[in-house]
Ligand binder design. Structure first.
Ligand SMILES: [Zn+2]
Length: 425
């Protein structure tokens, strides 16, 4: 096919090869800034310094023609001078969103007091914005903690919906705030070499975080995903964002608005991620997917095992057991795949004795949790194993069926699974 005649439908369906020009289009990225006006209050108490930092951040954003969503937390703007700083953001064309009043950790707070705290800041910020011809649309969870129980997750979703706020997720998670203290200490000491080291580490860490989480999103959706970067309001940002934004531009990113990024279908992917620690949206979706993909893979493996039994192939049947598997039954314990095979051969010497096996899975649980990266980001951990509770039935011609329960413990084996423990009764 000639390049010039590539049908438009292929373009629309995203079926172009990666080398095609559409794949190298700059990736849209929304810049968001948390904890306005200044995140690390303790490091920056002087109002003059707070304004200098604010103007520095706004200068870097303006230079790269970036419109951000800034997330405002009440505890960071206790004075009228701080409100003036928020005013600077509004005047520069940035959108302000709610980040709660006290920046509570939802995993450590019940829904009622948490929602009251979020609502306190919403009411204040909505008025502040209304007086300036703007509207409050977004909320971001402090620490990205959206709920550590299903009920808490639901409670906040209901509250946000009823109060007209949209949760603004983060896809590019990072630890930018952790450089603030070292930067300020180096600057106060006038230590140019130390400042240069902090700057270098900051940029390197940000590049690694951004590259990592972009690859997570791209793998999930099979295409370059638009991203939302988390930054924090502070001095290291005021000094380093220009270099960071330069790098983003050079590495095929295009600064985008919240509306453009959120309109991408990836952002409408449903998920009910419940955990103690907040994670990137891509991690939440990854966790949701494996919640259905792993049980499906296990069912496929067990169905194949049942089929092996029903064609009288005991060797194929026991192949799903790990070499060192343990089999527990009322008649005793078998250690290792070979012993398991011998036990089956003794108990079921021929096809008549084997009958017709069926397995009805009643519950599958994943053995998986959260892990922490070298940088301290929380990510969804690998699935280390799974447990399957099931009812087995052996049907015979001309005599009653046998039935019982089984609890299987399975672990990943390469791209497959193996039974490491089997308790059948
Ligand atoms: Zn925050």
């Amino acid at each position: 096919m000639l390049r010039g005649t590539l049908p438009l439908t292929l373009l629309a369906l995203g079926m172009l090869p990666r080398s095609a020009s559409i794949a190298s289009a700059p990736r849209p990225i929304l810049i968001t800034v948390d904890d306005l006006p200044i995140a690390a209050d303790k490091l920056h108490r002087d109002p003059v310094e707070r304004e200098r930092i604010t103007r520095g951040m706004l200068r870097a954003l303006a230079k790269h023609r970036i419109t951000t969503v800034g997330l405002v937390a009440g505890k960071h703007h206790p004075t009228a001078a701080d409100e003036k700083l928020l005013e600077l953001w509004v005047k520069a064309g940035h959108e302000l969103g709610n980040h709660s009043f006290s920046h509570l950790n939802y995993s450590e707070t019940e829904s009622q007091p948490y929602i009251a705290d979020v609502e306190k800041e919403r009411a204040w910020l909505a008025d502040f914005l209304k007086a300036r011809g703007r509207q409050l649309r977004f909320f971001r969870f402090p620490f990205l903690n959206e709920g550590n129980t299903p009920a808490k997750l639901r409670a906040m979703r209901d509250y946000l919906k009823s109060s007209g706020q949209t949760n603004l997720p983060v896809t590019l998670d990072d630890q930018d705030w952790s450089f603030e203290e070292a930067w300020v200490a180096a600057r106060k000491a006038g230590d140019q070499a130390a400042m240069a080291r902090v700057a270098e580490d900051y940029q390197a860490a940000m590049r690694i975080h951004i590259g990592h989480f972009e690859s997570v999103g791209d793998r999930l959706f099979g295409r370059p995903t638009p991203e939302i970067l988390l930054l924090h309001a502070g001095e290291v940002g005021a000094e380093q964002w220009d270099v960071l934004f330069d790098w983003l531009e050079k590495t095929s990113h295009r600064f985008a608005t919240a509306d453009e990024v959120l309109a991408d279908p990836a952002y409408s992917t449903p998920h009910d991620y419940v955990a103690e620690d907040g994670v990137s949206l891509w991690e939440r979706i990854k966790a949701e997917r494996r919640q259905s993909e792993v049980p499906a893979a296990l069912k496929t493996a067990l169905d194949a095992q049942v089929a092996a039994w029903n064609r009288g192939d005991l060797d194929a049947f026991v192949a799903l057991y790990a070499v060192d598997a343990t089999f527990i039954s009322p008649s005793g314990i078998a250690h290792g795949r070979q012993e398991v095979l011998e036990r089956y051969r003794r108990k079921y010497p021929d096809r008549t004795a084997m009958g017709a096996l069926s397995l009805d899975i009643t519950e599958t649980r994943l053995i998986a949790g959260e892990e922490f990266t070298f940088f301290g980001d929380t990510v969804v951990g690998r699935v280390q194993g799974a447990t399957v509770a099931a009812r087995w039935t052996l049907a015979y011609e001309g005599k009653p069926s046998l039935t019982g329960s089984t609890l299987l413990v399975l672990c990943p084996r390469g791209n497959d699974w193996e039974i490491v423990q089997d308790a059948s009764m």
